[in-house]
Design a binder for this molecule. Structure first.
Ligand SMILES: NC(=O)c1ccc[n+]([C@@H]2O[C@H](COP(=O)([O-])OP(=O)(O)OC[C@H]3O[C@@H](n4cnc5c(N)ncnc54)[C@H](O)[C@@H]3O)[C@@H](O)[C@H]2O)c1
Length: 418
């Protein structure tokens, strides 16, 4: 079962999945609990996630908890074929994902995951839930709920809910503190720089590095680029975020101005065509363009294609576009998530927390079947705190506790200036 590139890659995949598990102590703890308690017994689940070593470890927790699980890819370029092989042939989890699959195969694989008739879905970008509503509405009757991993997916689902189109309850895993504070910031920060460096091997020190969007991901990317010695420029549309970037020590300016100076431009907005034709027109020769936002729409690639006289693959995932005026612009990973397409995605230690949220959100749905309405719900605060505690324990970090005097003081209003 499943549709993978090559089953012979399974042994390599298993080794890498086990390696990642070393860095995932919270998931290890949840595997023990789920094996004993079987909170997902008999529940059919379909996950549309990046098929990486970390996702394989999440899948193992869900199956340990009794779930009947299948997986498909949430991005055509993020699948690790050895992991897909390991999942399907070694861990017994049918996986429909092939690195580099075309759009037709991508959606065929999503349909295969829906053929499983899921009661719970797990999304990264909301493609599965969106297809479920658009093409398989007859399956909605059996649904218990769905979870969503990323900012862009949560935005899409909130838009569906606002339209009255969302027909199942969803938990926004992205919005948990133990998700976006760590995964979006430190995970995307490190892995985006990793992807750019692997793809180009260009020294960052002394270069002008523009980050478009100073949200959770943008903050992490800017921080890590600064750590490499780059001169970081931030562009924003939100005045609060722009102010924060300025006070964090970055130059802030409109992208049209920044584009003329940048050696690198990296987008992380969840928005469309933030790098547009007017920016492409003023960029320096050999400027490197990359995206770390969820979809490949942040850079206006059709405009770039239209402006180019020629295009050729320079190396690995680097496409060079030669423009009519002689300038060359270099696009990484076809504008798709550079940290997953050119590197291995987030390090396991941050996915440990993100995926603990996924597993516990699934357990929450199983325990509260039928209780949530068809809207987008936060991860219960108790789950967030439990994950933070488990992670601290695993890192052997102890913290203080409030004394009863302090608890009383913090909950009363009578004491003031003395
Ligand atoms: N690469 C990864 O592995 C990864 C991980 C997590 C999230 N994501 C994706 O990254 C994107 C950003 O996520 P986030 O959590 O940082 O979101 P966020 O909402 O915290 O930040 C996005 C920022 O982009 C800004 N923005 C929007 N349009 C802009 C424009 N035209 N120019 C400049 N700034 C603009 C917004 O004002 C906001 O501050 C989303 O698509 C999310 O799904 C990717």
């Amino acid at each position: 079962m499943g549709d993978i590139h090559d089953p012979a890659l399974a042994a390599e995949g298993v080794e890498r999945v086990e390696w990642a598990l070393n860095e995932m102590p919270v998931l290890r703890r949840l595997t023990e609990r789920f094996s004993a308690e079987k909170p997902l017994a008999g529940i059919r689940m379909s996950g549309c996630l990046h098929i990486t070593t970390e996702t394989a470890n999440l899948a193992r927790v869900l199956v340990a908890g009794g779930a009947d699980l299948v997986l498909c890819a949430s991005n055509p370029l993020s699948t690790q074929d050895d992991v897909a092989a390991a999942l399907t042939t070694h861990y017994g989890i049918p996986t429909f994902a092939i690195h580099g699959e075309d759009t037709d195969s991508y959606y065929r694989h999503i349909q295969a995951a829906l053929d499983h008739r899921p009661q719970l879905t797990m999304d990264d970008g909301a493609d599965l839930v969106s297809e479920l509503h658009k093409s398989r509405p007859e399956l909605l009757g059996d649904m218990i709920g769905g979870t969503e991993e990323t900012t862009t997916g949560v935005i899409r689902l909130r838009a569906m809910a606002a339209d009255g189109a969302l027909k199942l309850p969803v938990i926004a895993v992205n919005d948990a503190m133990t998700k976006h504070l760590f995964d979006n910031r430190y995970g995307t920060g490190q892995s985006t720089l990793d992807g750019i460096i692997r793809a180009t091997n260009i020294l960052l020190a002394g270069k002008v590095f523009t980050v478009v969007g100073y949200g959770w991901c943008g903050r992490g990317i800017a921080l890590r680029a600064k750590g490499h010695g780059a001169h970081v420029v931030v562009t924003e549309v939100d005045p609060l975020r722009a102010l924060e970037a300025a006070m964090d020590g970055y130059e802030v300016m409109p992208l049209e101005q920044a584009a003329a100076r940048a050696d690198f431009i990296v987008t992380a907005t969840g928005d469309k065509h933030v790098v547009d034709r007017r920016h492409l027109e003023v960029m320096k020769d050999r400027c490197v363009l990359a995206n770390s936002g969820h979809f490949n729409v942040e850079i206006n690639i059709p405009a770039l294609e239209a402006m180019a006289e020629s295009k050729h693959r320079l190396r690995g995932v680097v496409d060079e576009y030669r423009l009519g005026d002689g300038r060359c612009l270099r696009l990484l990973a076809e504008g798709r998530l550079v940290n997953l397409a050119a590197a291995e995605g987030h390090p396991a230690a941050v996915m440990d927390m993100s995926f603990a949220n996924q597993a516990l959100a699934a357990r929450y749905f199983a325990q509260h079947r039928g209780e949530l309405d068809c809207s987008v719900h936060p991860v219960p605060a108790a789950i967030d705190r439990e994950i933070a505690r488990l992670k601290l324990d695993a890192m052997e970090i102890a913290i203080d506790t409030l004394t009863s005097e302090q608890s009383h003081y913090l909950s009363s209003w009578r004491e003031g200036t003395t």
